[in-house]
Design a protein around this ligand. Sequence first.
Ligand code: SF4
Length: 199
Amino acid sequence: MTVQITRRGLLRSAAAGAVASTMGSLGFGALEVAAAAQVRPYKLSRTTEVRNTCPYCSVACGVIMYSLGDGAKNATQSVMHIEGDPDHPVNRGTLCPKGAGLLDFVHSETRTKYPLYRKPGSDQWQRVTWDFALDRIARLMKDDRDKNFVAKNASGQTVNRWITTGFLGASATTNETAYITYKVVRSTGALVFDNQARV
Ligand code: SF4
């Protein structure tokens, strides 16, 4: 019979054997030796890794998120560990205390996970679809721009500006996303525009 031995398996066996023989020579009993021979599995070994960006501040540190669950039917994925991305040029694997606590943010009961809408005059928020939210935003932007766009100033100079609606980009946007966002927003004449990361 041929036995397949992987490098990881060989190292694990060697480590377990070394612990067991050392404990045996020190006079520990069979039960203690058997318990010590059980090498605890690495907690991230069965997780899925996804790269992301810390959403908190304009430094925009890179993070790696580890989740359990393989995406199969009836398997619920759940983020169980987050750490700094050592390959990210901004933070090289480091995180400040706020970023290091991201796991609590991910699992927070009060975290907003979908668009919410409060009708004019209502004190209740209701869950809506992204289509509804985006159509509503586009409608309000168009109406406001039609009403308040200024083509020329008091001196007759062409200004083409729209200053009654503002736009804020998130810190997790990349340079490329921020560039395109800037172009789209500025093309409407909007001047009230900023990006959290000041990209
Ligand atoms: S880890 Fe800290 S410094 Fe980095 S983006 Fe998050 S909040 Fe900012």
